[in-house]
Design a protein around this ligand. Sequence first.
Ligand SMILES: C[S@@+](CC[C@H](N)C(=O)[O-])C[C@H]1O[C@@H](n2cnc3c(N)ncnc32)[C@H](O)[C@@H]1O
Length: 294
Amino acid sequence: MTDDYRQKLAGEAELWGAESERLARDVPPDWRYHRSLRHNAVIHAANIDGLLACIRPGMDALELGCASGWLTLAMAQRGARAVGLDISDKSLAVARAYYEQVRAGVPGTVEYRAADLNALDLPAETYDVIAVKATLHHLVNLERAIEQIHHALKPGGLLWISDTRGQEAFSTVLAAGALTFLLPTQTPYREKLRALLRFGLRTPSRVQASMEAEGLSPFEGAGREMDWLTLVEARFTIERRVNLPAFTGYVTAQLKAPDALALPLLKTLRGFDRLLVRAGLLRNTSLVIYARKP
Ligand SMILES: C[S@@+](CC[C@H](N)C(=O)[O-])C[C@H]1O[C@@H](n2cnc3c(N)ncnc32)[C@H](O)[C@@H]1O
C-alpha cells in the first residue's frame, strides 16, 4: 500500500464521513426515514425493498460500504445478524450511535467495522446475503472484492449489488443536459445560459463529468472502467437484473422544486426514461443485480 493510496483513502473516508454526519442531522440513518428521500422514492426504493424481502430472521448479512448504516440496520430490522463495513470512522460512529438509540426495538443484531474493501479478508462461507450499494465504483481492486464476496457467501447465498458501470452515453448526457437546463435546479437560469455560451460544444463533456460525479471524492469513479458485472457473471448465477433509468437519477439530484411538484414529474420522467432504455434508444449505466453463489 503506497503513501499516495493511504492519503487518498483517508480523503475518501473524510468526505463520506462528513456526508454521513450532514445527512444524519436531517434524517435518521434508518430506512424507515431514508425511503422518503427523493432519490430513494424515485429510483431505489423498489430494489431496496426487494433486497429486504429476501432477508429472513437469523440470516447472516453483510453490507460493504455501509456509510451511516441505514441498510445494514434495515437488514437487522428484518431479523438478520448484520455486519456493516466501511472505511469511514466518522460514518461508522454515526451508524453506531443511531443503533444504540434503537437497538431495543431491533429483532436482529448489528455490528459495524472499519475495513478497506480493496484489501478485504473475509471469513469463508459465512453470509447468507451480501449487499453492496453505490460502492463498487469507488474500488480500485474490484477483482479481489468480488473474489472475497464469493469466498464469504454460503453456497446458495445472495449477492445484491446496486451500482453504476461504464461511462454515460452521449444520448443520455444530451437528455440529462437538456432537462436540467430547462427545469429549475440549484443553478439559476442566467448562469446556465452563461455556461452554455462559454462551454459551447464542450458542454456535453461537462454534463457527463457532472453525471459521473467526477472529482467528488478521491476514488469517485475509480471502478467505473472495471466491469464488475463481468466479474460477477464469472462466479455467480445472475437471478435478476434491473436496469435503473438512464437520466432520471441525475435529474432527481438536480431538480429544485417542492416534493408535491417534483415527485409526480420525476415519476413521469422515469416512465419515459425506462421506455427509452427498453427500446434501446438510451443506455443506462446504473443497475441492480440479484446473484446467487452456485
Ligand atoms: C457513495 S457512498 C455509498 C454509501 C451507502 N452504501 C449508500 O448507498 O448510501 C460510498 C461508500 O463507500 C465507502 N468506501 C469507499 N471506498 C472504500 C474502501 N476502499 N473501503 C471501504 N469503504 C469504502 C465510503 O466511505 C462510502 O461510505
